[in-house]
Design a protein around this ligand. Structure first.
Ligand code: AMP
Length: 178
Protein backbone atom coordinates (compact mmCIF):
# COMPACT_ATOMS: atom_id res chain seq x y z
CA UNK A 1 0.00 0.00 0.00
CA UNK A 2 1.16 3.54 -0.70
CA UNK A 3 1.68 6.18 1.97
CA UNK A 4 -1.32 8.09 0.64
CA UNK A 5 -3.49 4.97 0.90
CA UNK A 6 -2.37 4.47 4.52
CA UNK A 7 -3.04 8.14 5.31
CA UNK A 8 -6.55 7.79 3.91
CA UNK A 9 -7.23 5.00 6.43
CA UNK A 10 -6.58 7.35 9.39
CA UNK A 11 -9.86 8.92 10.50
CA UNK A 12 -9.82 12.62 11.47
CA UNK A 13 -12.24 13.62 14.24
CA UNK A 14 -12.54 17.37 14.92
CA UNK A 15 -12.76 18.70 18.48
CA UNK A 16 -11.82 15.45 20.25
CA UNK A 17 -10.98 15.08 23.11
CA UNK A 18 -11.21 18.89 23.48
CA UNK A 19 -12.31 21.80 21.27
CA UNK A 20 -9.70 22.74 18.68
CA UNK A 21 -7.95 19.34 18.56
CA UNK A 22 -8.12 17.35 15.33
CA UNK A 23 -7.86 13.77 16.58
CA UNK A 24 -6.04 11.40 14.19
CA UNK A 25 -7.74 8.09 14.95
CA UNK A 26 -5.93 4.87 14.03
CA UNK A 27 -9.01 2.71 14.80
CA UNK A 28 -9.86 2.75 11.09
CA UNK A 29 -6.26 1.92 10.08
CA UNK A 30 -6.01 -1.15 12.33
CA UNK A 31 -9.56 -2.09 11.33
CA UNK A 32 -8.32 -2.55 7.74
CA UNK A 33 -6.40 -5.83 7.54
CA UNK A 34 -4.10 -4.87 4.68
CA UNK A 35 -3.54 -1.41 6.13
CA UNK A 36 -2.63 -2.76 9.56
CA UNK A 37 -0.31 -5.37 8.04
CA UNK A 38 1.42 -2.80 5.82
CA UNK A 39 1.89 -0.39 8.73
CA UNK A 40 3.44 -3.11 10.91
CA UNK A 41 5.67 -4.31 8.05
CA UNK A 42 6.98 -0.79 7.42
CA UNK A 43 7.58 -0.17 11.12
CA UNK A 44 9.35 -3.53 11.44
CA UNK A 45 11.66 -2.70 8.51
CA UNK A 46 12.74 0.51 10.21
CA UNK A 47 13.01 -1.11 13.63
CA UNK A 48 15.19 -3.85 12.19
CA UNK A 49 17.44 -1.30 10.44
CA UNK A 50 17.84 0.60 13.73
CA UNK A 51 19.52 -2.36 15.39
CA UNK A 52 17.07 -2.35 18.28
CA UNK A 53 17.44 -5.14 20.83
CA UNK A 54 13.99 -4.55 22.35
CA UNK A 55 10.81 -2.61 21.53
CA UNK A 56 9.11 -0.39 24.11
CA UNK A 57 5.45 0.49 23.51
CA UNK A 58 3.50 3.27 25.23
CA UNK A 59 0.08 2.26 26.60
CA UNK A 60 -2.33 1.91 24.95
CA UNK A 61 -2.00 2.45 21.20
CA UNK A 62 1.76 1.92 21.29
CA UNK A 63 1.03 -1.62 22.46
CA UNK A 64 -0.87 -2.39 19.25
CA UNK A 65 1.96 -1.44 16.90
CA UNK A 66 4.94 -2.05 19.20
CA UNK A 67 3.70 -5.50 20.21
CA UNK A 68 3.16 -6.52 16.60
CA UNK A 69 6.60 -5.25 15.54
CA UNK A 70 8.36 -6.98 18.44
CA UNK A 71 6.66 -10.31 17.66
CA UNK A 72 7.46 -9.98 13.96
CA UNK A 73 11.16 -9.39 14.70
CA UNK A 74 11.38 -11.86 17.57
CA UNK A 75 12.41 -9.08 19.96
CA UNK A 76 11.41 -8.55 23.61
CA UNK A 77 8.48 -6.16 24.19
CA UNK A 78 8.72 -3.66 27.06
CA UNK A 79 5.36 -2.19 28.13
CA UNK A 80 5.39 1.42 29.38
CA UNK A 81 2.22 1.42 31.45
CA UNK A 82 -0.34 3.82 32.80
CA UNK A 83 -0.21 4.17 36.62
CA UNK A 84 -1.21 1.33 38.92
CA UNK A 85 -1.21 -1.49 36.37
CA UNK A 86 2.06 -3.30 37.12
CA UNK A 87 2.10 -5.85 39.97
CA UNK A 88 5.72 -5.09 41.01
CA UNK A 89 7.70 -2.13 42.40
CA UNK A 90 7.99 0.30 39.48
CA UNK A 91 10.04 3.22 38.26
CA UNK A 92 7.73 6.02 37.26
CA UNK A 93 7.83 9.43 35.63
CA UNK A 94 5.32 12.26 35.65
CA UNK A 95 5.05 14.49 32.61
CA UNK A 96 3.07 17.53 31.54
CA UNK A 97 0.10 17.33 29.21
CA UNK A 98 -1.66 20.26 27.58
CA UNK A 99 -3.96 20.26 30.62
CA UNK A 100 -2.58 18.66 33.79
CA UNK A 101 -0.11 15.81 34.10
CA UNK A 102 0.12 12.09 33.42
CA UNK A 103 2.41 9.29 34.52
CA UNK A 104 4.16 6.30 32.92
CA UNK A 105 5.53 3.30 34.79
CA UNK A 106 8.00 0.52 33.99
CA UNK A 107 9.03 -2.73 35.63
CA UNK A 108 12.77 -2.02 36.07
CA UNK A 109 13.51 -5.67 35.37
CA UNK A 110 12.02 -5.35 31.88
CA UNK A 111 15.26 -3.97 30.39
CA UNK A 112 18.92 -4.83 30.85
CA UNK A 113 21.79 -2.38 31.34
CA UNK A 114 22.83 -0.81 28.04
CA UNK A 115 20.14 -2.61 26.03
CA UNK A 116 19.25 -0.72 22.83
CA UNK A 117 15.52 -0.05 23.22
CA UNK A 118 13.39 1.48 20.45
CA UNK A 119 10.24 3.40 21.45
CA UNK A 120 7.11 2.84 19.35
CA UNK A 121 3.84 4.80 19.61
CA UNK A 122 0.98 5.55 17.26
CA UNK A 123 1.52 9.30 17.07
CA UNK A 124 3.91 12.09 18.07
CA UNK A 125 2.44 15.54 18.68
CA UNK A 126 4.35 17.76 21.15
CA UNK A 127 6.68 14.88 22.01
CA UNK A 128 6.04 15.11 25.76
CA UNK A 129 4.86 11.51 26.09
CA UNK A 130 7.75 10.03 24.10
CA UNK A 131 10.31 12.21 25.92
CA UNK A 132 9.02 10.89 29.24
CA UNK A 133 9.16 7.34 27.87
CA UNK A 134 12.79 7.84 26.85
CA UNK A 135 13.74 9.30 30.23
CA UNK A 136 12.03 6.44 32.06
CA UNK A 137 13.77 3.79 29.94
CA UNK A 138 17.12 5.49 30.50
CA UNK A 139 16.53 5.54 34.27
CA UNK A 140 15.90 1.80 34.04
CA UNK A 141 19.31 1.42 32.37
CA UNK A 142 18.38 1.20 28.69
CA UNK A 143 20.10 3.01 25.84
CA UNK A 144 17.48 4.99 23.90
CA UNK A 145 18.49 6.66 20.65
CA UNK A 146 15.48 6.18 18.40
CA UNK A 147 11.69 6.45 18.42
CA UNK A 148 9.31 5.31 15.72
CA UNK A 149 5.72 6.44 15.10
CA UNK A 150 2.97 5.68 12.66
CA UNK A 151 2.00 9.39 12.53
CA UNK A 152 3.92 12.63 13.02
CA UNK A 153 2.17 15.98 13.44
CA UNK A 154 5.27 17.99 12.42
CA UNK A 155 3.84 21.43 13.20
CA UNK A 156 3.69 20.53 16.91
CA UNK A 157 7.48 20.17 17.12
CA UNK A 158 7.74 16.84 18.89
CA UNK A 159 10.44 15.40 16.65
CA UNK A 160 12.69 18.39 17.34
CA UNK A 161 12.25 18.05 21.10
CA UNK A 162 13.22 14.39 20.96
CA UNK A 163 16.25 15.08 18.77
CA UNK A 164 17.45 17.61 21.37
CA UNK A 165 17.30 14.77 23.93
CA UNK A 166 19.41 12.55 21.66
CA UNK A 167 16.50 10.53 20.29
CA UNK A 168 16.11 10.35 16.51
CA UNK A 169 12.53 10.29 15.25
CA UNK A 170 11.05 8.47 12.29
CA UNK A 171 7.39 8.26 11.26
CA UNK A 172 5.53 6.49 8.47
CA UNK A 173 2.97 9.25 7.85
CA UNK A 174 2.98 13.01 8.40
CA UNK A 175 -0.01 15.31 8.67
CA UNK A 176 1.35 18.86 8.31
CA UNK A 177 -0.84 21.78 9.33
CA UNK A 178 -2.05 20.49 12.70
P1 AMP B 1 2.39 14.24 22.72
O1 AMP B 1 2.85 13.85 24.10
O2 AMP B 1 1.89 15.65 22.66
O3 AMP B 1 3.42 13.94 21.65
O4 AMP B 1 1.11 13.36 22.41
C1 AMP B 1 1.27 12.05 22.00
C2 AMP B 1 0.26 11.12 22.62
O5 AMP B 1 -1.05 11.69 22.67
C3 AMP B 1 0.18 9.89 21.78
O6 AMP B 1 0.11 8.77 22.66
C4 AMP B 1 -1.07 10.06 20.95
O7 AMP B 1 -1.77 8.85 20.88
C5 AMP B 1 -1.89 11.14 21.66
N1 AMP B 1 -2.27 12.27 20.78
C6 AMP B 1 -1.85 13.57 20.88
N2 AMP B 1 -2.38 14.36 19.95
C7 AMP B 1 -3.17 13.56 19.19
C8 AMP B 1 -3.98 13.78 18.01
N3 AMP B 1 -4.12 15.00 17.44
N4 AMP B 1 -4.63 12.72 17.49
C9 AMP B 1 -4.51 11.48 18.06
N5 AMP B 1 -3.75 11.21 19.15
C10 AMP B 1 -3.09 12.23 19.71
Amino acid sequence: MTTDELKALVRAIPDFPAPGILFRDITTLIGHGAGFAASVALLAERASASGAQAIAGIEARGFIFGGAVAARLGLPFVPLRKPGKLPVAVLSIEYALEYGTDRLEIDPGAVTAGQQVLIIDDLIATGGTALAAGELLRRAGASVTQALFVIDLPDLGGAGRLRTAGIAVEALLAFPGH
